[in-house]
Design a protein. Structure first.
Length: 143
């Protein structure tokens, strides 16, 4: 049984801090680690930004990318806090507007997805599977 006077148990967070401290003690390894974190964080952030207009976890991916960057960079930590506040404000505004705006936004999202799938040639591809060949199914990029 643990009491308030017992030292806290060493958990996963403590092991991660010790691992990071061992990397920080070596300047070259520290630089390589920070570059790797930056490249991974930026890649995740770019994917998230590209996914924002589409249904799914676009904003979650953006926050994950910034969270990765925030583990090493103070500017990313500040941007993450600022963006969380703006996101909450935006969602509060959106939900306060009522059903007309929500339906309009849902229709706009649906239209964006359909147009994207058409441009990427998905309808022509699926049409070929089911034996429907039509000029309007083909992507404008394939013409």
């Amino acid at each position: 049984m643990s009491t308030e006077l017992d030292p806290p148990s060493t958990g996963a967070a403590d092991r991660l801090r010790a691992f990071r401290a061992s990397i920080a003690a070596r300047p070259t390894l520290n630089l390589a680690y920070r570059i790797g974190v930056a490249l991974l964080g930026i890649a995740v952030l770019i994917v998230g930004i590209a996914a924002i207009p589409y249904p799914g976890p676009g904003w979650a991916i953006v926050f994950a990318g910034l969270g990765i960057l925030a583990t090493e960079f103070d500017w990313a930590r500040r941007v993450l806090g600022w963006l969380r506040d703006r996101y909450r404000q935006g969602m509060d505004w959106y939900t306060a507007r009522g059903p007309v705006l929500r339906v309009t936004a849902a229709l706009a999202t649906f239209l964006l997805v359909v147009v994207t799938l058409w441009i990427l040639g998905t309808f022509g591809w699926i049409g070929g599977w089911i034996g429907v060949e039509s000029e309007w199914l083909r992507s404008p990029l394939a013409r």
